[in-house]
Design a protein around this ligand. Structure first.
Ligand SMILES: [Fe+2]
Ligand SMILES: [Fe+2]
Length: 248
């Protein structure tokens, strides 16, 4: 994977074409290879964004398989991990493999590519709006809420580092309930947190992408009006392809 410095594929006027997809869930023994898809993305877009759940069980071998497929991608790759990438307790190994493959793996940082600031954080559960889980009662509940607050604060700290006019926020968990609609209502609180949207709305962002809700809806907006896209690969998108194409 090599980074290109040439102009955008779109129009040469500074518009950057971003292909975004989440929830690849790469696993050992699967028949699916993403080589062709990454090759296609390299022709269609300037940058590839991956919105977490890159591996199915967070196994080092799964990360190696993804890293091999990413060789077919000739544009920069930037993204975050998802909950599945934590499952086997090898986050450091998985992260190292993906970084060695050239991926800009974000966990509370910002990276600038083609004059666009990419801010990435995984996010966490907690629910939405007035029904959000509050810090009350047992220590386990308080720890859960603290993790949700911590992810929002890490997003805020990263947003404060942005120096570009255009910003894309990359999450795994959803910041709004609209883009998880279609999932069983009982699991909405486990699909994301409004604390992320509250943070996003304190800044000016070009767009937000997330994954995690495989049965959600493609498009929504934060209460403050920021555009939000659920780019989980299972979601129907205007491209008719597993990835979304955003021009920012
Ligand atoms: Fe997923
Ligand atoms: Fe997930």
């Amino acid at each position: 994977m090599t980074e290109r410095t040439r102009a955008s594929k779109t129009d040469g006027n500074g518009v950057v074409r971003i292909a975004a997809v989440g929830d690849l869930h790469v696993e050992e023994g699967a028949q699916t290879s993403y080589r062709e898809l990454f090759g296609e993305v390299s022709r269609a877009a300037d940058i590839l964004v991956l919105a977490g759940d890159l591996t199915n069980l967070g196994k080092p071998r799964e990360a190696e398989l993804l890293a091999e497929d990413l060789r077919a991608c000739s544009v920069p790759v930037v993204g975050v991990l998802g909950n599945h990438d934590y499952e086997s307790g090898f986050v450091e190994e998985v992260s190292a493999t993906l970084r060695q493959a050239g991926m800009h793996l974000l966990d509370g940082q910002v990276t600038e590519l083609m004059d666009v600031g990419f801010v990435g954080v995984k996010g966490f559960v907690g629910g939405f709006g007035p029904r959000m889980l509050g810090s009350f009662g047992e220590p386990a509940i308080k720890a859960m809420v603290a993790e949700s607050v911590s992810e929002a604060m890490r997003l805020e700290n990263a947003m404060r580092q942005v120096r570009t006019k255009r910003t894309l926020v990359i999450l795994h968990y959803a910041p709004i309930p609209e883009t998880v609609a279609g999932e069983p209502p009982e699991i909405f609180p486990f699909l994301g947190s409004s604390r992320l949207a509250e943070t996003i709305d304190r800044f000016k962002v070009s767009a937000v992408v997330h994954g995690h809700a495989h049965r959600g809806v493609y498009e929504g907006r934060t209460p403050g009006g920021a555009k939000v896209y659920n780019v989980a690969m299972h979601i129907a998108k205007p491209t008719g392809r597993p990835y979304a194409l955003l021009e920012i």
